[in-house]
Write a protein that binds this ligand. Structure first.
Ligand SMILES: [Fe+2]
Ligand SMILES: [Fe+2]
Length: 362
């Protein structure tokens, strides 16, 4: 058993709200966000065009295949003090970010389930069942944090985080992508550790295989909803917005993960290769519903991302320097400008139109 009362020295550099409860990380452009939306518009959405698919996915949610999956078996009953120093810090950060992202899904789906209960019971049931899954995921990750003698106060997080408002259409693009990219992230780590058992330094990754199937089903639910709202997918605005969301999600992950390459290295993974694989796979998944996919095979695509990520490493390096804030900002500005230019160049790279591939005339 891990002695949760003892505070190891490695945790002293982490801010704590109170003993053993980690203060949430500061919000930046790259941290997981909490969302809210227009519940009335959501309630009025008619699913009839694709109701069978929506119902079939809800039926899958009801089957609850992972009911007995998230149980802390005795594989966790040992000391994790040997994961120390920088690796420990990166581990805690990974668990916190993942827990916050899962919990953000829980809050949004729970609220949607509650607000749509009487006005749109079909969607409400889907959201409630997904919030059940996300609560398990967040809880399991938070328990894992306690193996490192810390926990997140999720009640405090609910009240203290700021919420980003998105119209339903944008909630669908964003959550669809975050569920699908979540699926590819988890399954890629699982498969890697399955073939490289020597890198299994902590048991949570063994749970990722069934876990990621929840995320895959959640993504399918959003895909079915979007197909029931063809106006979200079939005009020029949809093409521009899908391009924007694909790029934002991919770039955020890439910049984040390269900054934390030490975490992936501790699992025997190369962060850049891992991200390229996840981006390619998610792009292929999204092409099944979005009207466009990004041209990630273009030789400039990852070149631009690499330049942006180098600049983002500089920004964070300068941010940690012992200097007055205005001076740091001045030094950071050219790098921030580089990131901006690269994002614009990436956004204007011609995407691949999916209509011809689907045999759709628009
Ligand atoms: Fe989840
Ligand atoms: Fe999910």
């Amino acid at each position: 058993m891990v002695d949760s009362l003892r505070k190891p020295q490695e945790n002293t550099q982490l801010d704590e709200l109170r003993p053993g409860v980690k203060a949430p990380s500061k919000d930046t452009l790259l941290t997981p966000r909490f969302y809210t939306t227009d519940f009335d518009e959501m309630a009025k959405m008619d699913m009839s065009v694709n109701e069978d698919e929506v119902r079939a996915i809800i039926e899958e949610f009801r089957a609850d295949y992972n009911r007995h999956h998230f149980v802390r078996t005795d594989v966790f009953d040992q000391s994790w003090e040997h994961i120390d120093g920088k690796t420990r810090e990166l581990f805690i950060e990974f668990l916190e970010r993942s827990c916050t992202a899962e919990f953000s899904g829980f809050l949004l789906y729970k609220e949607l389930g509650r607000r749509l209960k009487d006005k749109n019971p079909l969607l409400a049931e889907g959201f409630n069942l997904m919030s059940r899954d996300e609560a398990r995921h967040a809880g399991f990750l938070n328990k894992a944090m306690s193996d490192f003698n810390l926990q997140l106060d999720l009640g405090f997080l609910t009240k203290s985080k700021s919420y980003t408002f998105f119209k339903p259409k944008f909630i669908f693009y964003a959550t669809y992508l975050s569920e699908k990219i979540g699926y590819w992230r988890y399954i890629t780590i699982f498969r890697h550790l399955d073939s490289h058992p020597e890198n299994r330094i902590y048991p949570i990754f063994q749970f990722f295989e069934n876990w990621c199937q929840d995320e895959n089903r959640h993504g399918d639910f959003f895909s079915a909803i979007m197909k029931a709202q063809p106006q979200f997918l079939n005009d020029w605005k949809a093409k521009l917005w899908c391009r924007f969301f694909l790029l934002s999600v991919f770039a955020t992950m890439f910049l984040n993960d390269i900054q934390r390459s030490g975490f992936y290295a501790s699992l025997g993974l190369d962060a850049r290769e891992y991200d390229i694989h996840v981006i390619k796979k998610t792009n292929e998944s999204a092409a099944k519903v979005f009207p466009i996919m990004l041209n990630v095979e273009h030789p400039d695509f990852f070149k631009h991302l690499d330049t942006a990520s180098d600049a983002s490493l500089e920004v964070s390096k300068i941010g940690k320097a012992e200097q007055p804030k205005p001076l740091k900002l001045l030094r950071q500005l050219p790098h921030i400008a580089t990131i901006g230019v690269k994002m614009i160049q990436l956004y204007f790279m011609k995407p691949i139109d999916m209509a011809p591939a689907r045999g759709v005339v628009r």
